[in-house]
Design a protein around this ligand. Sequence first.
Ligand code: SLL
Length: 155
Amino acid sequence: SNKRIKAGTSTHALSWQLPPVGHPDRPKNVPDDHTKRWTVYVRSPEGDPDIRAWLNKVSFKIFNTYENPLRMVERPPFEVTETGWGGFSIDIRLHFQPISGEKAQYRQHFLQLEKYGNEKQQAEQERTGCVRIEMLEPIHFNEPTEALFDALTSE
Ligand code: SLL
């Protein structure tokens, strides 16, 4: 087949400053050394076909001191939310819909929880209390099965 499909994924990590230890708004059960609540997620960029048409499930391997560090997410939203500090790498495995016949693809996303970048970026992160790292990585299905092609192009 000479058909070719480009499907979007974007992996993002977001983190928010937690109120300090002792503050009434600090959530209970968060260890004292955790400074941020964070979310890492895989989404389709806006305007793309329904992510479920091609993405079946996503596994996120987070830092190994977390409880149950291999998180398998079987349905949208494909995301993991936790609290923590510092920064570490997350291994992401994208499992495609069986009709696609595609092997799983591996991604890595560095979760940066503390401020980073130039002065202006850091000032913005300080102001909003939010650190955001985004990557947009299209997925190319070079020889899609008919079923996948139909699923992604019929509308
Ligand atoms: C750093 N090399 O220094 C990294 C280590 C470890 C982050 C970061 C808590 C995990 C848990 C957590 O966020 N650890 O609660 O198990 O930046």
